[in-house]
Design a protein around this ligand. Structure first.
Ligand SMILES: C[S@@+](CC[C@H](N)C(=O)[O-])C[C@H]1O[C@@H](n2cnc3c(N)ncnc32)[C@H](O)[C@@H]1O
Length: 242
């Protein structure tokens, strides 16, 4: 792959393009074990209502569906299947990018940092998705095509609450939605959907949720049992300023 200034980057054997500068730190990137657990949990279909809400939020029109912090590309692939067209899955984790490269034939997978300029030309995206992932608003505004939308999924305080309380998991910042709204000052909210469902989870599913989340970075997972909790995510859709 070669850019207009002549910089060349190899496409990895596993099918993703790595645009991180040499020596970049993994930082907040998901580890191989986290990505593996996420892939297995999402394959259960427990988060399907969230995927459907994301697909419903993508506007018709030209341009790619860009998923920032796409993880395994699970949601991105299903959104593309529903809305058509092409997509770009961007993630800081090469383990995630390897999965995303295989997630859908019309999905390109790129390793890049969401806090750096996005590797996309101005006005080329019909939607920028960010699902439990970094929310780089200025760059989203730049890459959105006319009529394009930023689609943000943020967990509410009720998301997986019984597990958070019962297992002492890392909690959702209760001001996450508030901080999102401050970051998107000047944007227009065009839709706000609360995706909320009870979740009756098996012990294996509980273990996968623990292993795919940030708590797994700090402590080895203790044995878990089945649990009843909730999927509770706010999907908001935004039009850029101007
Ligand atoms: C909680 S996971 C969500 C993954 C996916 N959106 C989903 O819902 O299945 C957060 C993802 O953001 C990625 N990530 C963390 N920091 C990032 C950054 N600075 N730039 C790009 N991706 C990042 C992680 O590697 C991880 O895959």
């Amino acid at each position: 792959m070669r850019c207009a200034q002549g910089h060349a980057h190899d496409v990895a054997r596993q099918g993703y393009l790595n645009l991180l500068p040499g020596g970049a730190r993994a930082g907040t990137a998901d580890t191989a074990a986290m990505v593996d657990a996420r892939a297995r949990f999402l394959a259960t279909g427990r988060y399907a209502p969230l995927t459907e809400a994301l697909a419903a939020a993508v506007p018709a029109g030209a341009g790619a569906v860009v998923d920032v912090g796409a993880g395994t590309g699970h949601h991105t692939a299903r959104v593309l299947e529903a809305v058509g067209g092409t997509g770009v899955a961007l993630d800081l984790s090469k383990h995630a990018a390897r999965r995303a490269a295989r997630a859908h034939p019309r999905l390109a997978s790129v390793v890049a940092d969401a806090w750096a300029p996005l590797p996309l030309a101005d006005g080329t995206a019909r939607a920028v998705l960010t699902v439990f992932a970094p929310r780089a608003a200025e760059e989203a505004a730049r890459v959105l095509a006319p009529g394009g939308r930023l689609v943000v999924a943020v967990p509410t305080g009720r998301h997986l609450r019984a597990l958070v309380d019962g297992l002492g998991l890392v909690t959702v910042d209760p001001r996450k939605q508030e901080r999102l709204e401050a970051r998107l000052a000047g944007w227009t909210r065009v839709q706000d959907v609360l995706v909320e469902r009870p979740l009756a989870l098996t012990a294996d599913e509980v273990a996968l949720i623990v292993a795919m989340g940030p708590s797994s970075r700090h402590a080895p997972a203790a044995p878990t049992g089945p649990a009843t909790t909730a999927l509770s995510v706010r999907v908001s859709t935004w039009a850029p300023p101007g």
